[in-house]
Design a protein around this ligand. Structure first.
Ligand code: EPU
Length: 420
């Protein structure tokens, strides 16, 4: 258990560089297995999910090495297509290994993937699509095994909802399948464009990624290449939100502009000033916010679900009423209890929360319920009077290399707190 002591009230000042996107890096690490030779991913943050991904690659037989922030992945000489429960259960991103391992070895075994408890997180679309490509699915003792001894074949498939993970699974499976694949109703998130662009660089033929229809012409082999993953839009929103709550002036370097637009516009509506440069953004917050907001998280290009709890932390400080709704995950607002413990007026309702903002927040003992909910509690603590003790069972470090340390470098009063 990690524990942090946060004394609210310190304004933030300075610059922070946005790292590569966790949700791009994780599928890219798995996709490297589709390629012959070596893949080099540049500028990768060593967050806990990436470390789990490295262990998973090694378990499967791949070589993994770091040189500074660059991660090299070497194709396995011998494969072990069995993923242990300890690694599968440590992160949702373990599901990305289904397609590449199946494509390369004709077999993969995976216990149910873990990750944040945001409500039911099914993987039926991943499995349905892979079965349509010729895989046979067997369940035994809580594990799934997929077999495709004669390889995967191209197909036409319409996703019943635009799942980000299932879109990524099926792009990876189709990249080296026999024949052509047509995917309809896919997710359009920027991380999907990044995955398709990387695979194309390795020799794949994937068209339409970023839109609702993707066409893939299967290729027999792909060759490992170097790739720099896109910057993390959720990390950018986290630092922008921290500046808004705490007050002060923070510059985000390497900020993805279009992908953070909706969050930054929300901050402007609350009274923050946002200056947009070519590759960096400066956020100035007067510390007092007003307006309230109505936000509904939807699939891209809608308001991102992962930014919703962060927006909630900002709107606790904004004089006015806010209504936040998530259409993707039922349990997105597990952090609402922590907000209330800090004195906020937050009412839970089906699909979301109502906030009566602008009331004083006071420090309290709280626990991170999940990754983004934990980051949201950290942000709220920056704007609270007195001291917050935040306990975290490893959720926040799964998604940020060192969020408390980076906020402290900007002037926040945060320090590790020894266990009792
Ligand atoms: N769904 C199904 N069946 C499936 C797949 C998904 O019913 O086969 C449902 C899920 O139950 C959920 C909804 O579809 O209600 C959306 O799930 P999706 O598959 O789009 O999300 P994901 O791939 O599991 C990724 C990110 C999440 C992010 C979502 C939405 C990774 C590793 N995770 O999850 O990121 O919230 O897309 O954008 O890429 C985070 O970073 O904190 C995080 C949770």
């Amino acid at each position: 258990m990690e524990r942090y002591q946060i004394r609210g009230g310190a304004a933030l000042e300075g610059r922070v560089r946005i790292p590569a996107a966790k949700n791009s890096v994780l599928p890219l690490m798995a996709a490297a297995l589709l390629t012959d030779g070596e893949t080099r991913l540049e500028g990768v943050p060593r967050l806990a999910d990436v470390v789990t991904g490295c262990k998973l690659l090694e378990q499967l037989g791949a070589g993994v090495s770091w040189e500074g922030e660059d991660l090299t992945i070497r194709e396995p000489e011998t494969w072990d297509p069995e993923i242990p429960a300890s690694l599968a259960g440590a992160m949702r991103g373990s599901v990305f290994y289904l397609a590449p391992v199946l494509a390369r070895t004709g077999r993969v075994t995976l216990p149910m993937p873990g990750g944040c408890n945001l409500g039911p997180r099914q993987i039926d679309i991943h499995l349905e699509g892979l079965c349509k490509m010729g895989a046979q699915l067997h369940w035994h003792g809580g594990k799934m095994t997929l077999l495709a001894p004669h390889g995967l074949r191209g197909m036409e498939f319409t996703l019943r909802l635009p799942s980000v993970g299932a879109t990524e699974t099926l792009i990876m499976a189709a990249a080296t399948a026999r024949g052509n694949t047509l995917l309809r109703g896919v997710a359009c998130e920027p991380e999907i464009r990044d995955l398709a662009a990387f695979l194309n660089r390795c020799g794949a033929s994937i068209r339409g990624a970023g839109g609702p229809v993707i066409q893939v012409e299967g290729k027999e082999t792909l060759k490992g290449r170097s790739w720099r993953p896109i910057p993390d839009r959720i990390a950018a929103a986290t630092y922008a939100g921290a500046a808004a709550v705490a007050g002060g002036r923070v510059t985000l370097e390497n900020c993805p502009m279009e992908e953070t637009r909706l969050f930054l516009e929300m901050l402007e509506q609350q009274g923050c000033r946002v200056s947009r440069g070519e590759k960096e953004i400066e956020i100035f917050s007067p510390g007092t916010l007003k307006g309230g907001a109505e936000l509904v998280a939807r699939a891209y290009p809608g308001f991102p679900t992962d930014m919703l709890p962060l927006a909630g932390a900002v709107l606790l400080k904004s004089r006015g009423y806010s209504r936040l709704t998530d259409t993707l995950f039922q349990n997105r607002f597990a952090c609402a209890g922590g907000f209330r413990a800090m004195g906020a007026k937050v009412t839970s309702r089906p699909g979301g929360i109502l906030i009566q903002g602008g009331l004083p927040l006071r420090g309290a003992p709280v626990e991170a319920p999940d990754l983004r909910g934990g980051a949201a509690l950290l942000l709220a603590a920056l704007g609270a009077e007195g001291t917050t003790l935040l306990s975290d069972r490893g959720h926040i470090s799964r998604g940020y290399p060192d969020l408390p340390g980076s906020l402290a470098a900007l002037g926040a009063d945060i320090s590790p707190f020894p266990a009792p």
